[in-house]
Ligand binder design. Structure first.
Ligand code: GLA
Length: 386
């Protein structure tokens, strides 16, 4: 049974009638452009074929009733007088309801069953998927227009202000606006997007995007993430601009010697990563897998040495991937300090690649990785409607 069938069957059993609507929102993997989103810069993620599925129907009152198959729990909350009880997964749904209402949307109640297959805590944005699936559900039952960028902003608002995680806009934006078969170049200042196809391999066959989960998890992630944000803000202040997006590489180099050493390295990562991301999007448009791979490799070095957000396991995984002849490039992906790497691989050699990298990673770390070959997928959508 796929997840669509699973949530449909569970809904039918719980509510004694089939659902009137099924929505889905995906997780994501970022190909390049890390820690650039909160610097008003550029990111190049793709939505993946893993996400959150929600089967639901409208209610006549203002209650939301949701059963999570993954947590085996039912949450119930009214849309008026929402209370933040910090009770786990349900706060993401309440946070979205709160953010929508704060911004003038009139919401109606619904009841549903949800399930997901984005591994949690792995850095593949299961929370953004949950936020955008919730936004889709409200949009459908309440009957307002779907504006992907606006929904992404409200998902981020929910996460920042209701859940209390200080993330940027990338994860919500790609979960809202992803395009099947494509990655999305996102300008995180204007929220303009441009879809770019995966480049073919040199012999014309397809390339594959492979997610390599180290199974290590970020420990004190919030503090380290917020510390990087502050360092970037300090660097922008030094240059007298609103965000590091506004500093050119020439301006940076001219001023580099006057920056404190740590600020200099943090700024260098962000400024060069923005350039790499723009070049990566061009490489994809030019069907240049080699150049895209090379930029991914350079991005990893920058995150390892200048931004310092990798751990030993990520470095081992990326080196193991890069050592495979079928690999165009590899880097850590997401927030860092654990989680996943991403590799661009010759499509016909994926199996051999996966076996070799697993073996190598296990030999060096004693850990067994989780590996997912992913298809670039559509953003939050309505899957079926009665
Ligand atoms: C996390 C955040 C994103 C982004 C990345 C780093 O995934 O949620 O907003 O900052 O880290 O690129």
């Amino acid at each position: 049974m796929d997840l669509q069938q699973t949530v449909t069957a569970a809904f039918t059993e719980k509510f004694n009638t089939p659902p009137s609507l099924i929505v889905q929102a995906p997780g994501r993997v970022n190909l390049i452009g890390e820690h650039t989103d909160y610097n008003d810069g550029f990111v190049l993620p793709m939505a993946i074929d893993r996400g959150i599925w929600l089967a639901l129907r409208l209610r006549e009152d203002d209650q939301v009733v949701v059963h999570s198959l993954d947590f085996d729990e039912t949450a119930v909350f009214p849309l008026t007088n929402l209370q933040n009880t910090q009770s786990g997964w349900a706060e993401y749904l309440k946070g979205v309801a709160w953010a929508l209402q704060e911004n003038g949307y009139e919401l109606r109640g619904w009841e549903g069953v949800m399930a997901g297959d984005v591994p949690k805590g792995a850095g593949l944005s299961s929370s953004a998927a949950l936020e955008l699936a919730t936004a889709r559900a409200f949009q459908q039952v309440s009957g307002f227009a779907w504006d992907a960028a606006q929904m992404a902003k409200l998902g981020q608002l929910a996460e920042n202000k209701w859940v209390g995680v200080n993330c940027g806009i990338m994860d919500q934006m790609i979960s809202a606006a992803g395009q099947a078969g494509h990655a999305l170049l996102i300008d995180c200042r204007s929220l303009e997007t441009q879809s770019v196809p995966l480049p073919p391999a040199l012999d014309g066959s397809a390339t594959a995007v492979v997610i390599l989960d180290t199974t290590t998890r970020r420990g004190l992630v919030d503090s380290a993430y917020n510390e990087r944000r502050q360092q970037c803000e300090a660097a922008a202040a030094h240059f007298g601009v609103p965000a590091l997006r506004d500093v050119s590489i020439g301006e940076f180099l001219a001023e580099a010697d006057n920056l404190p050493e740590l600020t200099r390295r943090r700024a260098k990562h962000v400024i060069t990563e923005n350039l790499r991301t723009l070049n990566a999007a061009k490489a994809m448009q030019n069907a240049d897998a080699d150049l895209l791979g090379q930029l991914m490799n350079e991005s990893h070095v920058s995150m390892r040495d200048d931004f310092e957000i990798t751990n030993d396991e990520l470095n081992v995984m990326v080196a193991a991937a890069q050592a495979q002849p079928s690999c165009y490039g590899a880097r850590m992906t997401g927030g860092g300090f654990g989680g996943c790497a991403v590799a661009l691989v010759h499509g016909e050699q994926v199996e051999r690649f996966v076996t070799a990298v697993s073996r190598q990673y296990h030999q060096q770390t004693g850990l067994t990785p989780n590996i997912y070959v992913c298809q670039p997928s559509a953003g939050a959508s309505v899957i079926s409607q009665n």
